[in-house]
Write a protein that binds this ligand. Structure first.
Ligand code: FUC
Length: 341
């Protein structure tokens, strides 16, 4: 495995690993994020060419999202019987941990080399009261990569006060390697019979859970994403694509393939111990962000964000995002690349 580092601007570093098959993956300490995933000559994650571009254009692509992924209605959480007001950066909601959050911070990093597996630990101390969240939270996100094309993300955190924590990774994938290509012919397979409907354009949850069966949210036996993009389903038109949490039928088993995204001979499988995957099909309309010279089209990428589904304040069945003082938070997600010969 080859390891290299270079200056990525704004005091950040780009760390690149290359395995024997020639697959390259790179990360930066700005946002503890993935920047590149280059396979078969294509860079299949959306990314920019400098830290400054992330800070100026959009700091979510590829980033570690925290403290809590997704939207929290009115930015209000109850923790051990007390109510806390979080930063309402998408007023009145709190989105992805509030303003200037994990995705915009410079994390400490430490590269390791175990031969067939290499990786980088990213560490951050989120102070007590950060964007309204109680407790000083020490977070470690470890990205590793191996000779078999496995990219693994491990999250660890500990707080000195009772708090909430529900991080995710926000990589946008486009298996053509080009954000100007719509992903409608990417095939998605997803082990989920249930999704969480949204209330309205505010994108907070409606309060119920719905079956995917018989709807265009059903990807259980695998279907092209055009199934959703051409759909007249009201939940899909509401956000002009998919921007919904899917609940996994058999959560908690890291050995089970929960999702698979594929195009031609390339596939990406998702393994996780989280109970849900939020899928966002980059419903950006004609916003046209430029990623490495390519102007992103509507539906120019897809995220597969593993987490507890946002909305657990309204729908407790979605899971528990509380983290008790002194308890260790642990979770793992794996993205496995496969090239069919
Ligand atoms: C996703 C979506 C949101 C938002 C953000 C950038 O996680 O759920 O709607 O647009 O990313």
């Amino acid at each position: 495995m080859k390891i290299s580092t270079k200056d990525f601007g704004s005091k950040s570093t780009l760390i690149t690993f290359e395995n024997k098959s020639g697959i390259k993956i790179s990360f930066t300490d700005l946002g503890a994020r993935i920047v590149d995933l280059i396979v078969l000559g294509k860079n299949i994650v959306l990314g920019f060419e400098s830290a400054q571009e992330y800070l100026e254009k959009d700091s979510y692509p590829g980033a570690t999202i925290g403290r809590t992924a997704g939207r929290i209605k009115n930015g209000l959480v109850e923790i051990s019987g007390k109510s806390f007001q979080l930063n309402q950066n998408e007023f009145p909601q709190a989105l992805h941990g509030g303003q200037e959050s994990f995705d915009r911070r410079l994390w400490k990093f430490d590269i390791f080399d175990k031969g067939d597996v290499v990786g980088v630990h990213f560490d951050l101390i989120s102070p007590d009261g950060d964007n309204g969240y109680p407790g000083e939270l020490k977070v470690r996100v470890t990205h590793s990569f191996d000779e078999n094309g496995q990219w693994k993300i491990e999250y660890r955190a500990i707080s000195d006060k009772d708090t909430v924590f529900n991080p995710t990774g926000h990589a946008y994938f486009n298996l053509t390697g080009d954000a100007s290509q719509v992903i409608d012919n990417h095939k998605l397979k997803l082990a989920s019979s249930w999704f969480v409907p949204l209330k309205d354009k505010s994108e907070v949850v409606r309060g119920d859970i719905a079956m995917t069966k018989g709807t265009d949210f059903d990807f259980q036996s695998g279907a092209n994403l055009s199934q959703a993009f051409e759909s007249s389903n009201k939940q899909i038109s509401l956000v002009s694509g998919i921007d919904h949490p899917f609940l996994l039928d058999e959560p908690g088993d890291i050995k089970k393939e929960q999702a698979r995204l594929s195009l031609n001979n390339l596939s990406l499988s998702v393994f996780t111990d989280r109970p849900s995957i939020v899928i966002f099909t980059a419903n950006f309309g004609d916003k046209g962000t430029i990623f490495r010279g390519n102007t992103e089209v509507h539906h120019g990428a897809i995220t597969l964000e593993t987490q507890v589904a946002p909305g657990s304040q309204q729908i407790p069945e979605l899971g528990d995002i509380s983290l008790k003082a002194g308890n260790l938070y642990k979770s793992t997600t794996i993205y496995q690349l496969k090239i069919e010969k």
